[in-house]
Design a protein around this ligand. Structure first.
Ligand code: MRU
Length: 353
């Protein structure tokens, strides 16, 4: 199991007057620092700057951030309070555009507040806190179920490639892409994980390598550009990545570089899987072309980790995600089962309407 001691990637500590504790992922692997977030702005900044990151963790952070944003509202009429809930939710929704879990969690919180009918403002606040905690607990359960679904794909002696970090840090527990690896490891299977470093922010080398090695799983970091070379040598039996948003037809947005890996996997006849909970599916959009792709500050490329890594004023492309078309995805590993082949009908059969 991921061994971060007793530290969780994100959790609510205490009662309504408590705080949100998050591991500051920008400092890993050098330092394991837990941030104490007490207000809405701190959570917004933590999401924006990737202190908390990964689609499910962003959703949990937003739900908890919403509670922080409204918990000190005076006991006023419910309509005014619901307006504050909407304002806080709209603000949090402006932090990052691609991971649908953010909007999914905020919608769920808005609906919870509205469904409270004739309750007092105090009761709605407490119900919102319970809902945010439930979103976290459900995510942990979904990750474990994804692990059980995907574990059978990992044979003894396998070489598995992954990209970015879709592990315990990116979720409540265990992760999505990494959950099958944790369970296969627990079951005593031996396998090797290759994690692409994931330029420009290095979630693969900083985070995936850190959490897998903490768990005693054999992990090797490679530069993104080495993936094809490794596949050509026959060392990769399967690829598993996470997703930030899966469209109705199965096209999946994930960290920039995922699409390239899927093309390479296809060229080398390596099965390419995407692991994602139902909260990462956006069935309101027909295909991946409608997924908004976050553009990040070009200085993440020009001044990588504070060092000049390109001429200071050179123009840079900085999309944070790309979309892998369903036809390149061998299967979608979900908490409700394996979607295979990947198409709209099969998604409906496995996930329900
Ligand atoms: O920019 P990030 O680090 O938030 O990107 C994260 C990813 O691309 C993950 O693979 C995805 O969110 C799935 S996390 C279970």
């Amino acid at each position: 199991m991921m061994d971060m001691g007793t530290v969780k990637s994100i959790e609510w500590v205490g009662e309504l007057d408590g705080h949100v504790a998050i591991i500051d992922q920008t400092l890993l692997p050098a330092k394991l620092v837990v941030l104490k977030c007490q207000d809405l702005d701190t959570i917004w900044e933590a999401i924006k700057s990737l202190r908390v990151r990964g689609a499910p963790a962003i959703g949990i952070a937003a739900a908890m951030g919403l509670v922080l944003g409204v918990r000190r509202e005076p006991d006023q009429d419910v309509a005014t309070f619901l307006k504050r809930v909407d304002e806080a939710a709209d603000y949090l929704a402006s932090s990052r555009p691609t991971a649908v879990n953010l909007f999914w969690a905020l919608d769920r919180m808005r609906c919870k507040a509205r469904a409270m009918g004739t309750s007092s403002v105090g009761e709605i606040k407490r119900a919102l806190l319970e809902e945010a905690k439930r979103i976290r607990e459900e995510d942990a359960a979904m990750c474990r179920a994804i692990g059980r679904c995907g574990e059978q794909l990992i044979k003894d002696g396998a070489g598995i490639m992954t990209h970015c970090n879709a592990g315990g840090l990116a979720t409540a527990e265990l992760g999505t892409a990494l959950a099958p690896m944790y369970l296969a490891h627990e079951a005593g299977r031996r396998f090797r994980v290759f994690t692409c470093e994931t330029r420009p922010l290095l979630q693969g080398s900083r985070l995936t390598a850190w959490e897998l090695s903490q768990a005693g799983i054999d992990v090797t970091v490679l530069c993104d550009s080495m993936a094809g070379w490794l596949m050509a040598r026959g060392e990769v039996d399967l690829v598993i990545t996470g997703a930030d948003r899966v469209a109705a037809n199965g096209d999946a947005a994930n960290k920039i570089g995922t699409y390239g890996l899927a093309v390479l996997a296809d060229a080398h006849k390596v099965p390419f899987y995407v692991a994602a909970p139902s909260s990462s599916f956006d069935r309101s959009i027909s295909s991946g072309s409608r997924i908004p792709i976050e553009e990040r500050d070009a200085d993440e490329i020009r001044r990588g980790f504070g060092r000049l890594t390109a001429p200071p004023d050179v123009s840079c492309l900085c999309p944070a995600f790309d979309v892998t078309p369903a036809r390149l995805i061998h299967g979608l590993i979900t908490e409700r089962g394996l979607v295979q082949p990947v198409n709209e009908l099969r998604i409906r059969e496995v996930l329900g309407e």
